[in-house]
Write a protein that binds this ligand. Structure first.
Ligand SMILES: Cc1cc2nc3c(=O)[nH]c(=O)nc-3n(C[C@H](O)[C@H](O)[C@H](O)COP(=O)(O)OP(=O)(O)OC[C@H]3O[C@@H](n4cnc5c(N)ncnc54)[C@H](O)[C@@H]3O)c2cc1C
Length: 383
């Protein structure tokens, strides 16, 4: 990366490093290192987010006017890399990276004032209510219904795989507000306060043994119509904008490098020649991915969704995550099967098991391949 950084960017990197050295504590590092799910627990992530918020750095991709940094995409890349390599907790992205940009782009002034400051400060914790038992890859099939009743919507149905719903106080959700010939035309984007009567959140325990995801049930839940974001029945448009951000603007390579470091640090003995070869193969793939990410993200205006390229990045990143996790258990060998409690080896095994989900969440790998194929063939996007 050094090759590509001019003097101002090197100065920026030095500023980021100085901030991290001053503010990132050992407890925060340990919390991130022990994380086996996709995201650290809120107390770990929010402690770091509050430090960032105090410095004005909690939302690297937001415009200045909304409390963001106004950084270029390359600055964001540097920032994310430095945070990841230093072992800083992953800031829970569902609010700041997904809900925030949608509210900034499509919400009203009143909604921006109401939801953005507590999102930045970590006082509100958002989750994402898109998937349903009958609607994952085929999201247009979603059936959770919102019926207008005076100044309210009344919501009934269920969302599934909702990451950290049990920690969240707010959900952004896609709901059906009309039965239209083209299913996508009857979907709206709403915010739901999770303490409203009629909501039940049930845990789903992952293959790695942790509680990250949930099923959320809505039984005639009333929300104010003022919680509609953008226009009624235009939710599909906002969802597509959000999914591109979710898939392609996450800046994955820093976190992948940090995972690689975690694997190497957990090795019980120095690797032999065959193991070194395997490490080198994955490391080279990681180098290539980092360059791809920098080359694509670096050309975008800050905060812009990268279009179909987001699917290339998401696909490569999720497969690399699995390759790094598989490397960890392969190098541990038999020790991985014994799963010793509370050690770094235990973390690697759980991480390996949970990494199976990387090619599913945020859109399954096969779906990304379909988007890439359609885009290469010039057929445009489906939906
Ligand atoms: C750990 C985890 C966290 C998640 N967090 C959230 C969250 O916070 N909020 C949220 O809304 N959702 C979340 N999800 C849900 C996730 O987005 C869906 O699981 C995903 O979109 C796939 O949908 P599905 O599970 O219904 O599988 P399906 O869509 O039923 O897919 C099953 C299989 O069929 C294949 N398939 C489906 N369609 C096609 C096609 N057109 N072409 C080729 N193959 C196809 C898929 O690739 C897959 O292998 C999470 C999922 C996981 C695993």
């Amino acid at each position: 990366m050094d090759l590509l950084l001019d003097a101002p960017l090197q100065a920026f990197r030095a500023e980021v490093r100085a901030f991290i050295a001053a503010e990132l504590t050992d407890a925060m590092r340990a919390g991130q290192a022990a994380t086996i799910g996709v995201y650290p627990e809120p107390e770990v992530a929010l402690a770091w987010q509050r430090k960032l918020a105090a410095r004005g750095w909690a939302a690297p991709s937001w415009p200045h006017a909304q409390g963001g940094t106004g950084w270029t995409s390359t600055q964001r890349f540097i920032f994310e890399h430095e945070c990841a390599l230093a072992g800083a907790p992953i800031v829970y992205p569902i609010g700041i990276r997904l809900a925030g940009p949608v509210i900034i782009a499509f919400g009203s002034d009143e909604q921006r004032q109401r939801w953005l400051p507590p999102m930045l400060a970590g006082d509100d914790y958002w989750c994402q209510g898109f998937s349903e038992p009958g609607a994952g890859s085929d999201l247009g099939a979603l059936a959770t219904k919102a019926t207008r009743d005076g100044d309210d919507y009344v919501i009934s149905g269920s969302k599934i795989w909702t990451t950290h719903a049990h920690h969240a106080n707010l959900m952004f959700a896609l709901v059906r507000t009309a039965d239209t010939p083209r299913r996508q035309d009857g979907i709206s984007f709403v915010a739901i306060e999770l303490d409203r009567p009629g909501i039940e959140i049930r845990p789903i325990i992952s293959i790695g043994g942790d509680h990250d995801v949930n099923q959320v049930f809505f039984d005639d839940v009333r929300i104010p119509a003022a919680n509609l974001i953008g226009e009624e029945n235009q939710g599909w448009r906002y969802a597509k904008y959000l999914l591109e951000l979710e898939r392609g603007n996450g800046l994955f390579s820093g976190r992948l490098r940090a995972s690689m470091k975690r694997v190497e640090a957990a090795l019980p003995s120095p690797p032999d020649a065959a193991q070194r070869r395997r490490i080198a193969e994955v490391a080279m793939e990681l180098d290539a991915f980092e360059m791809l990410e920098l080359a694509t993200i670096g050309t975008l205006p800050s905060g812009s969704p990268p279009g179909p390229l987001s699917s290339v990045l998401k696909l490569r990143a999720s497969r690399l995550k699995q390759a790094v996790a598989a490397l960890g258990v392969t190098l541990l060998g038999e020790a991985a099967l014994r799963r010793p409690g509370g050690t770094s080896g235990d973390v690697l095994v759980a991480d390996y098991l949970n990494s199976r989900a990387a090619t599913i969440f945020g859109g399954a790998a096969e779906v990304q391949l379909g988007i890439i194929a359609r885009s290469l063939a010039g057929l445009g996007q489906k939906g």
